[in-house]
Design a protein around this ligand. Sequence first.
Ligand code: HEC
Length: 153
Amino acid sequence: MKLTTRIGAACALALTLAAGIAAYGPDARAQTDVIEQRQDGFQAIRKQLGAVKSTVESGGPADAVVAPAEAIAAYAARIPGLFPQGSETGGDTKALATVWSDRTGFEAHASDLETKALALAEAGRSGDMAAVGAAFGAVGKSCGACHQDYRGK
Ligand code: HEC
């Protein structure tokens, strides 16, 4: 390698590193954004769950729960990514430190919600309102179980 090429490569590397540090460094604005994003997402699934509850209370139609259940499942899959390192403080987050200290448990709860929400969608497709009612209860329990250990008041 010629000296000039080497210097060029070293400069490119330095620039890449600098860009990397800037991207991973403390960026308060980005953290506040992700906190807002996840809180908005949770508000949205709360509404979806409310729609399911209305369907259960009015006795059907069962297939009306399919879309909200799938939306909840899709959001559940995104939950871990919405709690990056560094977003434990800032904004007005209610997330407890356990989200990061017990990551395995937290992700297991997110995955449980996805499973339960997909089961609810399946029950909706089956047309069986008793199954829908039971699956709705399981989704509600899954929300509560995670809040118990990972969300503050
Ligand atoms: C894997 C854990 C987990 C699961 C599962 C979960 N949540 Fe949460 N939820 C949290 C955490 C953590 C917060 C606090 C987020 C924050 O303030 O940064 C939260 C916040 C919320 C909020 C308040 C949002 C706001 O505006 O501040 C609502 C509403 C909510 N969740 C509803 C639900 C519903 C409904 C379900 C089930 C369909 C659910 N959550 C499932 C962990 C979970």
